[in-house]
Design a protein around this ligand. Sequence first.
Ligand SMILES: Cc1ncc(COP(=O)(O)O)c(C=O)c1O
Length: 370
Amino acid sequence: GTDAVATNSGMAAIDTITTVLARAGDNVVASAEMYGGTSSYLAQTASRRGVELRTVDTTDPAAYAEAVDDRTAYVHVETLANPSLATPPLSAVAEVAHDNAAPLVVDNTFATPALCRPIEHGADVTWSSTTKWLHGAGTTVGGVLVDGGTFPWDHPEADYAEFDGDNPAFGFDFVDRFGERAFAEAARHRGVRPLGNAQSPFDAWQTLQGVTTLPVRMERHCRNTRVLAEHLRDHPQVAWVRYPGFEDHPTHAAAAEYLDSHDGDGFGSVVVFGLEGGYDAGVRFCESVETISFLANIGDTRSLVVHPASTTHAQLDEAAQRAAGVTPDLLRFSVGLEDPTDLIADVDRAIDRATGPTDETQPATAGGGS
Ligand SMILES: Cc1ncc(COP(=O)(O)O)c(C=O)c1O
């Protein structure tokens, strides 16, 4: 990209992007498979400012084309959706957006730039929660948005108030003054600085320490994840496993096309699965792990697992959970950098406890929102 702006959380990045691009009466066309916090932000917060969320089938370019119109502020997808791990057909979605004079905005949190650089596939703006893999230690909340420098904001068919001649808040034209960095500067001037969404210098410094080791960490994360996914697939008490590196994952082909292969293992560091014992076994699994932490974060150097139905999504009824891609048995496993032998031993022990004869189970306690 041409410029990047650090924000004080991932959600502050998408809020900044929306503040700059959307006004009342506009809509955002987004892949249905997306992080719950983003869908709730668009459906419950941006909507209060008159911005409509239109969700479409993540994998179907025709669905995006049908939903987009001349009031579409931007089209939004995730490179690896949380938690379904779906990869959209990025180039085809970019083409649909551009044919309608709208930019493609991509959340690259799960893939990270070590596995995917969406701007090379047609994205105009990318954003990430740096709270996850970019930082890597799970100690610092943050976000970043990157301006691809690709979108013609002053194009006659594009209708963006912030870029339409002299900006009333600043008295100059962002495109004239900043050229290919116009979006990042508008984000900085209009979305970050006046609203307090900037990342603190200490948090930015800490995050930069993490970024220096990102490619090395991602290689090991990805290798470990394939080992764990294969182990889970072979385990008799595991009902199903979803991992983009498996050919039976619905968007395996798109993941193979858009993610860097890392010798065939470059499919991210999250695997989701369900145990034969369903919901109850999922709860017990989280309470039984020892090396792995029962925690709602992702992208930490340490392995983390969460049972969304009883924790992060517990406020939703089952139908709403299913619509968000969360089945009652689903376990989300963010695979860390530990020795995979230790992880396999912990997984096997926890599965035995979760699916064996039960004593009293304690209520699940992990909270949070990742
Ligand atoms: C895919 C994705 N995007 C964005 C976010 C939001 O990031 P943050 O928690 O830094 O606000 C998350 C958080 O879990 C996420 O999983």
